[in-house]
Design a binder for this molecule. Sequence first.
Ligand SMILES: C[S@@+](CC[C@H](N)C(=O)[O-])C[C@H]1O[C@@H](n2cnc3c(N)ncnc32)[C@H](O)[C@@H]1O
Length: 400
Amino acid sequence: MESLTEVLKRTVETGIWTQAVLSQLRKGSGATADKVKIKPVNLKTGLHYQFAHYTGTKVLHENVEPRQAAARTEELLLTHYKQALLQTSEADYHVLLNKKGEVTVLKKKATKTNVDLAHNRKKRYLLEEGEPVPFLVELGVMNAQGKVLAAKYDKFKQINRFLEMIDDVVPHLPQNRTIRIVDFGCGKSYLTFALYHYLNEIRGLDLQVVGLDLKEDVIRHCNDLAERLRYERLRFLVGDINRYDETDEVDMVVTLHACDTATDAALEKAVRWGASVILSVPCCQHELFGQIRNEALAPLLKHGILKERFASLVTDAARAQLLEQLGYKTQVLEFIDMEHTPKNLLIRAVKEQGGAEKAKAQSGDGRADAEAAAYERFAEILGISPFLQRALADKLDRLR
Ligand SMILES: C[S@@+](CC[C@H](N)C(=O)[O-])C[C@H]1O[C@@H](n2cnc3c(N)ncnc32)[C@H](O)[C@@H]1O
């Protein structure tokens, strides 16, 4: 019969491990987690083993590289727990430890065979169904068993899509100090809680997150929830984006579905702070509807609904182009499927090293001037002068 060390090492190396649970905490062992669930997960950085440490309703995640997973499992089991169930596609292994620390490994028929390497390569959500995530349970997206409620499935998908976008920008955030994040117009804050949970609890990053909204009752509710979840570095404030002056040091600005020019107010703050990352999902882009003029576009502009959609696209194109000019590498991405909401664009802007001035100084080919000229032509032809252009006129003028 193989020893515990051999079983763990072989099942990890051959990729047949589907799940393991360490349980029956030994009294006085020093650990606080009642149990640890371990499963393979496909992260951006490749296959890892995720250790979920459960203490009451709180879960702490630790992602471990495959070459360390067997040793980490053995160390945790031998120091803190009395038993383990390791499920693989070939067999189940029941591991029992007696008081003297002697180990017995019993091999039984496989009961969970559905995770193999092929399955692992399939697209997986960063937060998965089947495993209760405390903030999703509190927000009524999942039940206590981790099942996503049918009516909340779109929300669950949206949260996961948002986390993928967040995951992509982590390398652009400070690595050796607290990351400061502001979410403008956070509302009920599903996505703010998701962001905090993912970056702090799963990725283990040092964060300080502030959510701001005009609505007092909503903010009170969010602060109560943050306290219940013990999200100590997440707090919510009542306030108007335009007048927010609590800090001038922010690394990432998030603004999701902040209505009309509230988005521009958030973008202006982000640019003035020199935030490294901006994630913005605009909505209700009404401002330019009343400004756009162009005779050649009369067949389009005479239909209210077409004009409205066109004005929204023009607004976001102008925002993206202005951010480019101001030294941000800017992308416009699909946020969630069109079928769920028409408000499906996300502007993702990452500050280039040294900002706009350096980019302009270095572009001997006149690229920066060409970008500025392209914006001016665009605005002139459509007769528009958007909020963001007016708000950042001083900065744009300095780049001429
Ligand atoms: C449609 S909700 C979006 C909530 C959340 N960000 C989301 O995506 O689920 C828009 C929120 O922006 C807030 N808001 C609008 N204008 C604002 C302003 N000037 N300052 C602060 N919050 C604002 C509203 O109160 C509302 O809660």
